[in-house]
Design a protein around this ligand. Structure first.
Ligand code: ACO
Length: 376
């Protein structure tokens, strides 16, 4: 038995090496392949460029981007088997569970399903990034008893998602704000869902199995599911005037405040900086800043009393709500962005694989005599 040291929640344990994403938790920096997210956003980088960057390690040239965009656009439509399966599922089901099921079913009908080579996994990764928005919008329309809207080929990844939800092409401000949110959620080093994806890939299982694991992991309220919980909290509070009293009571009752705290950041989460601003702007554009104001009051109290900062899920909640997204789609929307990071990590795992198999510190009874059934 090797010498083992238990670390609860694997805190600060380094489990893989990776060139994809760097987080400086003390400085509050998030870097994709050497590029600070603030610079990518200031430079008007598109989500598609970020996906290319995460996968290939370099920003694309204009010609490379054109080819890459064309490959994504050509894979946007769902296969008939996937849509048929959706219609056999309960429309009242949880949207993340429906998404997890569609990802899994897509693997079965993927033309490369039987081929687990690296090249085939890249083709599947393109389909996954291209089709997750189509799955999420089909799920939403199915829930509302509506037929899915076919993807358009002339809209960006962000714009096409919003179009497929409502049938209306979004305005430029909303498209860019949503695209920035997608860029901010694209990757985050070895977060819980990415770790799940890598553990699955490291058994040399297929990429659809890895992404199915990741979707299931993202759903939890301590991870991506927190954005929906934040909005439910804001709705429960209901009025900026009562937000401070509400949150003080919640803290006194030792409640966990969703959208606050982070395992890695010990300062402002750099994603929250952008999302706070977009939440305010989106509220102003809709003539309703009450959720932004409630969020500000909560942030002031939680920072002062608990020394906890808002994470990516806190201001994205009020931003998405003001965009008109239903609350149950907040976590699926996280997934349509994080699929870029998940696939980048799965491909990196395949390139330099070793089975991920840690140990448990056994705390049970070490040895005892068997007792026959009749004597128990
Ligand atoms: N509200 C109240 N107290 C908190 C919160 C919070 N949101 N977060 C941490 N704490 C407190 C804990 O109660 C604990 O206090 P104690 O030591 O007195 O018991 C201490 O801070 C440490 O908390 P842990 O849960 O051990 O910290 P950990 O690093 O394991 O958890 C996590 C990080 C899960 C993000 C946590 O901060 C949390 O539950 N936040 C709320 C859920 C959330 O927003 N999740 C999204 C994270 S971002 C993402 O995944 C996309």
């Amino acid at each position: 038995m090797p010498e083992t040291q238990f670390t609860a929640g694997l805190e600060d344990v380094v489990a893989v090496t990776s060139d994809i994403c760097f987080i400086d938790g003390d400085e509050g920096r998030l870097v994709y392949r050497g590029y600070d997210i603030h610079d990518l956003i200031a430079g008007s980088c598109s989500f598609e460029e970020v996906v290319y960057l995460l996968w290939h390690g370099e920003l694309p040239t204009a010609a490379e981007l054109q080819t890459f965009n064309a490959s994504l656009v050509s894979e946007r439509a769902l296969r008939a088997e996937v849509l048929k399966t959706l219609h056999t599922l309960p429309p009242t089901g949880n949207a993340m569970e429906l998404l997890r099921t569609l990802v899994s079913v897509s693997g079965l009908s993927d033309p490369d399903d039987a081929d687990n080579s690296y090249e085939s996994s890249v083709r599947k990764a393109i389909r996954l990034v291209a089709q997750l928005p189509t799955m999420v919008t089909a799920i939403e329309r199915f829930k509302n008893g509506q037929e899915p809207i076919a993807p358009r080929t002339d809209l960006s990844h962000a714009g096409n998602f919003l179009y497929m939800l409502s049938g209306q092409a979004p305005d430029d401000y909303t498209t860019r704000a949503f695209e920035i949110a997608l860029i901010l959620h694209a990757d985050h080093e070895l977060n819980a869902s990415t770790f799940s994806a890598r553990v699955t890939a490291a058994t040399l299982s297929d990429i659809y199995s890895a992404i199915t694991s990741a979707v299931g992991t993202l759903k939890g309220p301590l991870h991506g599911g927190a954005n929906e919980q934040v909005m439910l909290m804001l709705k429960e509070i209901g009025d900026p005037a009562t937000a401070e009293t509400w949150i003080r009571k919640a803290l006194a009752d030792k409640r966990r405040i969703m959208g606050f705290g982070h395992r890695v950041y010990h300062t402002e989460d750099p994603r929250a900086t952008h999302l706070r601003k977009m939440s305010k702007e989106m509220g102003e554009r809709n003539g309703n800043t009450s959720y932004y104001e409630m969020s500000q009051a909560i942030e002031r109290v939680v920072k002062a009393d608990k020394k906890l900062n808002p994470n990516v899920d806190f201001y994205s909640a009020s931003m998405y709500y003001m965009m008109g997204l239903p609350i149950h789609l907040f976590t699926p929307v996280f997934a349509i962005s994080r699929i870029s990071g998940w696939t980048a990590h799965v491909l990196e795992q395949y390139r330099n694989n070793r089975l991920i198999r840690p140990r448990a510190e056994y705390t049970g009874i070490k040895r005892r005599a068997y007792v026959a059934l009749k004597d128990r």
